[in-house]
Write a protein that binds this ligand. Structure first.
Ligand SMILES: *Cc1c(COP(=O)(O)O)cnc(C)c1O
Length: 379
């Protein structure tokens, strides 16, 4: 039905009415005093969301752009980097490092299996000459619905002392606790269309003092992606280039909404939605792709050979978009996003429609078992 589209994918995520209205207001000059005030408020609230005193910079890029900026501003050609790869995004960060001529070492796990922190420990402890300049981790690996143990891996990075920890927090920030200062995370990248509840187009990056020190000696050429320019402008509540002004209006509104909800409540909500989705899948006889103790709170991957038929029925009959599997998992899994502006009602509705779709496709399971399990997990 026209205008009934419901996004249950891990980005872009649904946008609240208040944010849509902000997006639809007339732009103002980005060098005006009024816009400076908005930037000042956004910067404060971004620090709040990241639980940091570090600078959080906003760039007109998607999450990938933020990650690329997070690597080429603090590293140099030939630098040795360890990249955790257990899905599409980890693999992408390794590819970027390779394209830029870094000595890239992949620490891999199967998609659906979390990275093993001990493998990082071994490599880091063996590196007594301190040649490893960065460890790159995808906190929530969206392609497989896996949450990697960033906290433990980061402890080994801290024990190493030299390497920077560079984090893809695109689907963990705003969905799971990412205490940037408590953990001492050097570079943390995220994107607007995920936990921020606004459309795609903005990338964010928080930068520690240690990373700024590395910036001084980093040798990659860059201009638009030169974070030094953003830092300098940020100090004056400005931006080096024209920002997507309307997206910034939306961001201002979304961050205010997040503040009203509170960080603890936001994390608890995502945890609850995850539990409900997982309980429902099991109750309906489906199998979960990621283990319980490493489940992303942004997206649940469900394994079934019927994945594409399920997605088609959900989209065509119920106007609900679900994500499919990527690369070798195409047709083998489907993914339910529960990130950002998602409520208990959205989950019950999605599971209810999923029950109907599964029934139509001839799956054998106890009627209403999914919604029952989801509702029970949501009390
Ligand atoms: C969405 C996503 C990104 C960013 O992708 P873009 O399309 O560049 O915004 C990066 N990492 C993860 C884990 C993601 O889910």
């Amino acid at each position: 039905m026209e205008d009934k589209h419901m996004l249950m994918i891990p980005g872009p995520t649904p946008v609240p009415e208040k944010v849509l209205i902000s997006l639809g207001t007339h732009p103002i000059g980005h060098r005006s005093g009024d816009f400076s005030k908005i930037i000042a408020e956004i910067n404060d609230n971004l620090k709040w969301l990241h639980q940091t005193k570090n600078e959080v910079l906003s760039l007109n890029v998607s999450g990938t752009g933020a990650m690329e900026a997070g690597m080429i501003n603090f590293l140099s050609p030939g630098d040795r980097v360890l990249v955790g790869v257990n899905g599409k995004f980890g693999d992408r960060w390794a590819q970027i490092c390779e394209v830029f001529g870094m000595e890239t070492e992949r620490i891999t796990s199967d998609w659906g299996t979390p990275l093993d922190p001990n493998e990082f420990k071994t490599k880091l402890e063996a590196d007594t000459n301190k040649q490893i300049k960065a460890v790159v981790i995808t906190h929530s690996e969206t392609s497989a619905g896996v949450l990697n143990d960033l906290e433990t891996i980061n402890k080994y990075v801290k024990a190493h002392g030299e390497a920077l920890i560079i984090v893809d927090a695109v689907t963990s920030l705003g969905a799971y606790n990412v205490p940037v200062d408590d953990w001492g995370l050097d570079v943390v990248a995220s994107g607007s269309q995920k936990g921020y509840m606004i459309p795609p187009g903005l990338g964010f990056i928080s930068v520690s003092d240690k990373a700024w020190k590395a910036y001084e000696t980093s040798k990659f050429p860059r201009f638009y992606m030169d974070l030094g320019k953003y830092k300098k402008a940020n100090a004056k509540n400005s931006t080096p280039f024209t920002p997507p002004i309307n997206l910034m209006f939306g961001l201002q509104t979304a961050l205010q909404m997040m503040q009203r909800e509170g960080l603890e409540n936001i994390f608890a909500r995502h945890q609850r939605l995850t539990q409900a989705t997982r309980a429902a899948a099991i109750a309906m006889g489906l199998s979960l792709f990621a283990p319980d103790d490493a489940a992303s709170t942004a997206v649940t991957a469900i394994r079934t050979d019927d994945a594409e038929a399920i997605r088609t029925t959900m989209r065509q009959k119920y106007d609900i978009a679900l994500a499919g599997g990527q690369d070798h998992l195409k047709g083998k899994i489907f993914r339910i996003g529960h990130l950002g502006f998602i409520s208990d009602r959205d989950i019950i509705m999605t599971i209810g429609c999923l029950e109907a779709a599964l029934t139509e496709l001839g799956h054998d399971f106890e009627p209403k078992s999914g919604t029952k399990a989801a509702a029970a997990a949501l009390v």
